[in-house]
Ligand binder design. Structure first.
Ligand code: C5P
Length: 232
């Protein structure tokens, strides 16, 4: 079983622009002693089965070389695209992978993922024909709202879950699904949606809720707390 990892890290983090004193992309914001991206890469590199980690960075990225993982022997880079899916496609193209190899795609901005969750995802899916993703339950009651903010209805949360990363798919399945989505201009915000649009059913594997996506300024403090709790 060969497992490759891809980290799309070419986003500019526009939702975090306000209140960002250094105008740093969120993957390069300090988090404890390291950057967000260093923590994230450290989690993937801690999994011995991961052959290499390909990081998609922005064409104008001036920060990559400043993080220690940039010179790691299992870490490589490609230039990302204008959307997350194009960044992942560029990374897939750079892999010397076989059709049935596994690819783990993990957001650069999810530094709190537990190594044990990555290992559990791999263990659950290793014989699956397609692949799947980490997810966690939706705790809040969810409302569907109209254009003016009026509640249209309450959605049954028992049939919902939050999609997390890593998402783990067979190389051939993922590349074909993303290529198709790109050619047809289909809306894709994660790998699983491209695979679903290709008519396949990714498998959900429950993961820990601490695997937050750093999106807003306040998420950094929460991530620091989660990392300092020492859970692995
Ligand atoms: O912006 P968003 O939070 O959806 O980004 C999710 C991940 O995708 C981040 O790790 C970001 O760096 C990456 N991304 C990318 N290329 C883009 C846009 C986002 O690699 N063009």
């Amino acid at each position: 079983m060969t497992i490759w990892a891809i980290v799309p890290a070419a986003g500019v983090g526009s939702r975090m622009a306000a209140g960002n004193p250094h105008n740093l992309p969120k993957q390069y914001r300090p988090l404890g002693e390291k950057t967000v991206l260093s923590h994230t890469l450290g989690k993937l590199l801690a999994v011995p089965d991961v052959v290499s980690v390909t990081v998609a960075i922005g064409a104008e990225d001036g920060y990559w070389q400043s993080i220690p993982e940039s010179t790691h022997s299992r870490v490589h880079t490609v230039i990302g695209g204008t959307e997350r899916m194009f960044s992942v496609l560029n990374a897939l193209q750079a892999l010397k992978a076989e059709r049935d190899d596994w690819v783990l795609v993990h957001d650069a901005v999810r530094p709190c993922v537990l190594v044990s969750d990555i290992e559990r995802l791999i263990a659950h899916l290793k014989d699956h024909p397609v692949g799947g993703l980490l997810g966690c339950a939706v705790d809040n009651t969810i409302k569907q709202i109209g254009a003016q903010g009026e509640v249209v209805k309450t959605v049954d949360r028992d049939s919902l879950c939050n999609a997390l990363t890593p998402q783990m798919f067979r190389f051939g399945v993922l590349q074909a699904a993303l290529q198709r989505a790109s050619e047809l201009g289909l809306p894709v915000t994660d790998e699983a949606s491209a695979v679903e649009l290709a008519g396949l059913q990714p498998q959900l594997v429950l993961g820990d809720k601490s695997n937050i996506k750093i999106t807003h300024e306040g998420d950094l403090a929460l991530a620091e707390l989660l990392l300092s709790s020492g859970a692995e």
